[in-house]
Design a protein around this ligand. Structure first.
Ligand SMILES: [Fe+2]
Ligand SMILES: [Fe+2]
Length: 239
Protein backbone atom coordinates (compact mmCIF):
# COMPACT_ATOMS: atom_id res chain seq x y z
CA UNK A 1 0.00 0.00 0.00
CA UNK A 2 1.23 3.50 -0.70
CA UNK A 3 1.59 6.06 2.07
CA UNK A 4 0.52 9.08 0.15
CA UNK A 5 -1.84 10.52 2.74
CA UNK A 6 -0.95 11.26 6.33
CA UNK A 7 -2.74 12.61 9.38
CA UNK A 8 -0.69 15.81 9.30
CA UNK A 9 -2.10 16.76 5.88
CA UNK A 10 -4.87 19.31 5.76
CA UNK A 11 -8.32 17.91 5.10
CA UNK A 12 -8.91 20.33 2.20
CA UNK A 13 -5.57 19.46 0.59
CA UNK A 14 -6.38 15.76 0.70
CA UNK A 15 -9.70 16.33 -1.05
CA UNK A 16 -8.07 18.62 -3.61
CA UNK A 17 -5.47 15.99 -4.44
CA UNK A 18 -7.89 13.07 -4.32
CA UNK A 19 -11.59 14.00 -4.65
CA UNK A 20 -12.72 10.47 -3.86
CA UNK A 21 -11.53 11.07 -0.29
CA UNK A 22 -14.82 12.93 0.09
CA UNK A 23 -16.63 9.58 0.22
CA UNK A 24 -14.62 8.54 3.25
CA UNK A 25 -14.93 11.93 4.92
CA UNK A 26 -18.68 11.99 4.41
CA UNK A 27 -19.03 8.50 5.77
CA UNK A 28 -17.29 9.60 8.96
CA UNK A 29 -18.84 13.07 9.18
CA UNK A 30 -15.59 14.87 8.64
CA UNK A 31 -16.19 18.39 7.42
CA UNK A 32 -13.99 18.98 4.39
CA UNK A 33 -15.43 22.26 3.14
CA UNK A 34 -15.59 24.74 6.00
CA UNK A 35 -13.30 22.68 8.19
CA UNK A 36 -10.88 21.90 5.39
CA UNK A 37 -8.12 24.15 6.58
CA UNK A 38 -6.98 21.97 9.48
CA UNK A 39 -4.92 18.82 9.71
CA UNK A 40 -6.78 15.56 9.35
CA UNK A 41 -5.48 14.45 12.75
CA UNK A 42 -7.34 17.34 14.40
CA UNK A 43 -10.58 16.59 12.56
CA UNK A 44 -10.34 12.95 13.58
CA UNK A 45 -9.70 13.79 17.19
CA UNK A 46 -12.80 15.95 17.27
CA UNK A 47 -14.86 13.09 15.91
CA UNK A 48 -13.13 10.56 18.11
CA UNK A 49 -12.08 8.45 15.16
CA UNK A 50 -9.06 6.19 15.06
CA UNK A 51 -6.37 7.90 12.99
CA UNK A 52 -4.62 4.80 11.64
CA UNK A 53 -7.88 3.32 10.48
CA UNK A 54 -8.81 6.33 8.36
CA UNK A 55 -5.32 6.81 6.97
CA UNK A 56 -5.31 3.16 6.01
CA UNK A 57 -8.73 3.48 4.40
CA UNK A 58 -7.69 6.58 2.46
CA UNK A 59 -4.47 5.08 1.13
CA UNK A 60 -6.16 1.83 0.16
CA UNK A 61 -8.88 3.67 -1.73
CA UNK A 62 -6.22 5.77 -3.44
CA UNK A 63 -4.31 2.67 -4.54
CA UNK A 64 -7.47 1.13 -5.89
CA UNK A 65 -8.32 4.31 -7.76
CA UNK A 66 -4.89 4.47 -9.34
CA UNK A 67 -4.99 0.83 -10.36
CA UNK A 68 -8.37 1.35 -11.91
CA UNK A 69 -7.17 4.39 -13.84
CA UNK A 70 -4.23 2.37 -15.01
CA UNK A 71 -6.46 -0.45 -16.22
CA UNK A 72 -8.92 1.86 -17.84
CA UNK A 73 -6.39 3.53 -20.03
CA UNK A 74 -4.81 1.38 -22.64
CA UNK A 75 -1.52 3.19 -22.41
CA UNK A 76 -0.20 2.05 -25.74
CA UNK A 77 -3.19 3.29 -27.73
CA UNK A 78 -4.66 6.06 -25.64
CA UNK A 79 -4.74 9.48 -27.28
CA UNK A 80 -1.84 11.66 -26.18
CA UNK A 81 -4.00 13.97 -24.09
CA UNK A 82 -5.34 11.04 -22.02
CA UNK A 83 -1.85 9.80 -21.42
CA UNK A 84 -0.69 13.28 -20.46
CA UNK A 85 -3.64 13.79 -18.12
CA UNK A 86 -2.93 10.46 -16.50
CA UNK A 87 0.75 11.29 -15.98
CA UNK A 88 -0.05 14.68 -14.48
CA UNK A 89 -2.88 13.46 -12.28
CA UNK A 90 -1.02 10.53 -10.85
CA UNK A 91 2.75 10.88 -11.13
CA UNK A 92 3.22 14.64 -11.17
CA UNK A 93 0.63 15.09 -8.43
CA UNK A 94 2.43 12.47 -6.38
CA UNK A 95 5.73 14.36 -6.62
CA UNK A 96 4.19 17.75 -5.86
CA UNK A 97 2.74 16.26 -2.74
CA UNK A 98 5.60 14.09 -1.60
CA UNK A 99 8.72 16.15 -2.39
CA UNK A 100 8.07 18.81 0.29
CA UNK A 101 7.26 16.12 2.85
CA UNK A 102 10.41 14.21 2.02
CA UNK A 103 12.45 17.39 2.20
CA UNK A 104 11.38 17.87 5.83
CA UNK A 105 12.01 14.23 6.66
CA UNK A 106 15.44 14.07 5.07
CA UNK A 107 16.54 17.19 6.99
CA UNK A 108 15.05 15.91 10.20
CA UNK A 109 16.84 12.57 10.19
CA UNK A 110 20.14 14.27 9.39
CA UNK A 111 19.57 16.55 12.37
CA UNK A 112 18.60 13.76 14.76
CA UNK A 113 20.87 10.94 13.59
CA UNK A 114 23.70 13.00 12.16
CA UNK A 115 25.97 12.21 15.07
CA UNK A 116 26.06 8.47 14.40
CA UNK A 117 25.08 8.24 10.77
CA UNK A 118 26.25 11.59 9.50
CA UNK A 119 28.24 10.26 6.58
CA UNK A 120 25.34 8.42 5.00
CA UNK A 121 22.65 10.92 5.93
CA UNK A 122 24.46 13.97 4.65
CA UNK A 123 24.89 12.17 1.33
CA UNK A 124 21.19 11.31 1.32
CA UNK A 125 20.40 14.93 2.10
CA UNK A 126 22.57 16.23 -0.74
CA UNK A 127 21.36 13.68 -3.28
CA UNK A 128 17.72 14.18 -2.41
CA UNK A 129 18.01 17.95 -2.70
CA UNK A 130 19.57 17.84 -6.11
CA UNK A 131 16.93 15.32 -7.23
CA UNK A 132 14.17 17.54 -5.89
CA UNK A 133 15.51 20.65 -7.61
CA UNK A 134 15.98 18.78 -10.89
CA UNK A 135 12.52 17.25 -10.77
CA UNK A 136 10.78 20.51 -10.00
CA UNK A 137 12.31 22.09 -13.07
CA UNK A 138 11.64 18.98 -15.09
CA UNK A 139 7.95 18.78 -14.25
CA UNK A 140 7.56 22.43 -15.07
CA UNK A 141 9.25 21.96 -18.44
CA UNK A 142 6.94 19.08 -19.28
CA UNK A 143 3.80 20.89 -18.22
CA UNK A 144 4.72 24.25 -19.68
CA UNK A 145 6.44 23.21 -22.93
CA UNK A 146 6.47 19.56 -23.93
CA UNK A 147 2.95 18.48 -23.04
CA UNK A 148 1.25 21.53 -24.57
CA UNK A 149 3.25 20.95 -27.78
CA UNK A 150 2.11 17.34 -27.89
CA UNK A 151 -1.50 18.30 -27.28
CA UNK A 152 -1.24 20.90 -30.02
CA UNK A 153 0.11 18.29 -32.41
CA UNK A 154 -2.70 15.90 -31.51
CA UNK A 155 -5.33 18.47 -32.39
CA UNK A 156 -3.51 19.88 -35.36
CA UNK A 157 -1.15 17.22 -36.69
CA UNK A 158 1.23 19.26 -38.81
CA UNK A 159 4.94 18.59 -39.31
CA UNK A 160 5.73 21.88 -37.61
CA UNK A 161 3.83 20.95 -34.46
CA UNK A 162 5.36 17.49 -34.40
CA UNK A 163 8.88 18.89 -34.81
CA UNK A 164 8.36 21.27 -31.92
CA UNK A 165 7.43 18.39 -29.63
CA UNK A 166 10.21 16.15 -30.90
CA UNK A 167 12.81 18.86 -30.43
CA UNK A 168 12.32 18.72 -26.68
CA UNK A 169 12.33 14.98 -26.22
CA UNK A 170 16.09 14.40 -26.15
CA UNK A 171 16.56 16.94 -23.43
CA UNK A 172 13.70 15.47 -21.40
CA UNK A 173 15.17 11.98 -21.79
CA UNK A 174 18.56 13.20 -20.59
CA UNK A 175 16.88 14.62 -17.51
CA UNK A 176 15.24 11.25 -16.88
CA UNK A 177 18.65 9.62 -17.07
CA UNK A 178 20.10 12.08 -14.55
CA UNK A 179 17.18 11.50 -12.18
CA UNK A 180 17.70 7.74 -12.57
CA UNK A 181 21.40 8.17 -11.75
CA UNK A 182 20.61 10.03 -8.54
CA UNK A 183 18.11 7.32 -7.56
CA UNK A 184 20.75 4.67 -8.14
CA UNK A 185 23.22 6.60 -6.04
CA UNK A 186 20.65 7.00 -3.26
CA UNK A 187 19.99 3.28 -3.30
CA UNK A 188 23.72 2.65 -3.17
CA UNK A 189 24.59 4.99 -0.28
CA UNK A 190 21.65 3.75 1.81
CA UNK A 191 22.60 0.10 1.11
CA UNK A 192 19.21 -0.61 -0.47
CA UNK A 193 17.40 1.62 2.03
CA UNK A 194 18.42 -0.47 4.99
CA UNK A 195 18.01 1.47 8.23
CA UNK A 196 20.44 0.87 11.13
CA UNK A 197 19.20 -0.89 14.29
CA UNK A 198 19.09 2.38 16.22
CA UNK A 199 16.86 4.09 13.64
CA UNK A 200 13.72 5.80 14.92
CA UNK A 201 10.30 5.65 13.27
CA UNK A 202 10.99 8.81 11.29
CA UNK A 203 14.20 7.34 9.95
CA UNK A 204 12.38 4.18 8.84
CA UNK A 205 9.55 6.16 7.35
CA UNK A 206 11.93 8.40 5.40
CA UNK A 207 13.65 5.44 3.78
CA UNK A 208 10.34 3.77 3.03
CA UNK A 209 9.06 6.92 1.40
CA UNK A 210 12.23 7.41 -0.61
CA UNK A 211 11.86 3.87 -1.88
CA UNK A 212 8.23 4.51 -2.74
CA UNK A 213 9.23 7.64 -4.64
CA UNK A 214 11.78 5.61 -6.56
CA UNK A 215 9.09 3.11 -7.60
CA UNK A 216 6.70 5.86 -8.61
CA UNK A 217 9.37 7.63 -10.66
CA UNK A 218 10.28 4.43 -12.46
CA UNK A 219 6.68 3.93 -13.56
CA UNK A 220 6.40 7.59 -14.48
CA UNK A 221 9.57 7.68 -16.57
CA UNK A 222 8.61 4.39 -18.20
CA UNK A 223 5.37 5.91 -19.48
CA UNK A 224 7.20 8.88 -20.94
CA UNK A 225 10.35 7.19 -22.28
CA UNK A 226 8.93 3.88 -23.44
CA UNK A 227 5.32 4.61 -24.33
CA UNK A 228 4.86 8.25 -25.23
CA UNK A 229 8.17 9.22 -26.85
CA UNK A 230 8.59 6.22 -29.19
CA UNK A 231 5.06 6.81 -30.42
CA UNK A 232 5.81 10.43 -31.16
CA UNK A 233 9.03 9.53 -32.94
CA UNK A 234 7.12 7.08 -35.12
CA UNK A 235 4.48 9.62 -36.17
CA UNK A 236 4.29 10.25 -39.90
CA UNK A 237 2.54 13.22 -41.36
CA UNK A 238 0.39 11.91 -44.18
CA UNK A 239 -0.67 15.09 -45.84
FE1 LIG B 1 6.57 13.61 -16.18
FE1 LIG C 1 9.51 13.28 -17.20
Amino acid sequence: MSHVFEASHKVGDIVAAFPKAMDIFMKHNIDFCCGGNRPLSQALREQNIDEDKIIDELNKLYDKYREKLNDEIDMKNAPYDELIDYIIRTHHAYLYQQLPILKELVSKILEVHGEHHGQVLSKVHKLFHSLKADLEQHLEKEERDLFPYIRKYQHNPTQENLDKALSLINEIENEHTSAGDILKELRHVTEQYKTPPDACTTFDMTYRKLEEMEADLFKHIHLENNIMFPRLRAEKITH
